[in-house]
Design a protein. Structure first.
Length: 82
């Protein structure tokens, strides 16, 4: 089954805040899953970890700066001939 995905633009600060909140929720669910024999907390913890990985990847992409080494043939020529 395909899920519908919505694209939303978040600032770097927003992504940091979401990452922090999800990290806190991860700790809570980890304690709940260990404390109870219930599988529900473990399922939610695994789902949360998946979302947390996606947020961290998105945040890493947002903080990367473009390479300024030059591109195309000019960059290649500079790399080749110094």
């Amino acid at each position: 089954m395909l899920e519908t995905k919505n694209c939303v633009d978040f600032s770097e600060h927003d992504l940091d805040l979401i990452d922090s909140a999800l990290h806190t929720q991860e700790k809570i669910l980890a304690v709940q899953s260990r404390a109870s024999g219930n599988n529900t907390a473990k399922v939610r913890l695994n789902e949360l970890k998946s979302v947390l990985r996606r947020v961290r990847r998105k945040n890493a992409k947002a903080t990367q700066t473009p390479c300024r080494s030059g591109g195309g043939l000019g960059g290649f020529a500079r790399a080749l001939f110094g």
